[in-house]
Write a protein that binds this ligand. Structure first.
Ligand SMILES: *[C@@H]1O[C@H](CO)[C@@H](O)[C@H](O)[C@H]1NC(C)=O
Ligand SMILES: *[C@@H]1O[C@H](CO)[C@@H](O)[C@H](O)[C@H]1NC(C)=O
Ligand SMILES: *[C@@H]1O[C@H](CO)[C@@H](O)[C@H](O)[C@H]1NC(C)=O
Length: 193
């Protein structure tokens, strides 16, 4: 646990100072991914969890918004790819379960080499505390450098992860299909809030 002491003058109005240095897309020290979207309490300040899932060995690890699944602070970033250094290594891919109703594709972790989700590491400001933070922004899906946004969607009573390409104009109004954009924040292991 760590305690934040927030100077009153830093509240709300003042955005934190973003360094001009570019961040590496390799993070060797293990981390968790904190999720932010202050408009959605079921998502805001929850974490990206893993769920051991799959019919054959080795199992894939599907990604869910906490408290679903198992929490993890074992993630690393290798050339922009979120990775679990297990045997075999599981890497985040943006692949499968394409939904034509909202133009979204699932992100999950697998040992198969398939359309990796490749992220840039970018500085941002914590919307609650105004602290400087490192965020993961989608750069490419496999070899296709499109950018786009990561979000979450209801999956039974949970939320799983789905990528949406830039320029997506369609939204699904079905309550079971509501896609919500999330900010993914790197929180080094041992610094969980
Ligand atoms: C959580 O991890 C334990 C130990 O590895 C595993 O047995 C269990 O299936 C996992 N649960 C989920 C939901 O992934
Ligand atoms: C869906 O995504 C593709 C890129 O993958 C984009 O070109 C297209 O405009 C999007 N379609 C809609 C209807 O938003
Ligand atoms: C929160 O989600 C909504 C709906 O997806 C989105 O329009 C908004 O930009 C998100 N806010 C942030 C800060 O990501």
């Amino acid at each position: 646990m760590y305690t934040l002491i927030i100077p009153t003058f830093a509240l709300a109005i003042v955005a934190c100072t973003i360094p001009t240095t570019k961040l590496s897309n390799n993070i060797a020290e293990p981390f968790s991914v904190l999720l932010q979207n202050a408009s959605y309490p079921a998502i805001h300040n929850h974490y990206m969890n893993i769920w051991d899932w799959g019919g054959s060995e080795p199992h894939d690890q599907h990604l869910f918004v906490s408290p679903a699944g198992n929490s993890t602070s074992e993630l690393t970033l290798i050339d922009g790819v979120i990775s679990l250094m297990w045997n075999p290594i599981r890497r985040a891919v943006i692949n499968l379960e394409y939904n034509e109703k909202d133009n979204t594709t699932k992100m999950f972790m697998t040992d198969r080499n398939d359309n990796f989700g490749i992220f840039d590491v970018v500085y941002g400001c914590n919307p609650d505390t105004d602290e400087l933070q490192r965020e993961l922004h989608v750069k490419s899906r496999g070899t296709v450098e499109l950018g786009g946004e990561m979000g979450v969607k209801p999956f039974a009573e949970y939320h799983d992860f789905r990528w949406r390409a830039p320029g997506t104009t369609i939204v699904s109004l079905d309550p079971q299909e509501i896609w919500t954009k999330v900010t993914m924040v790197v929180v080094p292991a041992g610094k969980l809030v």
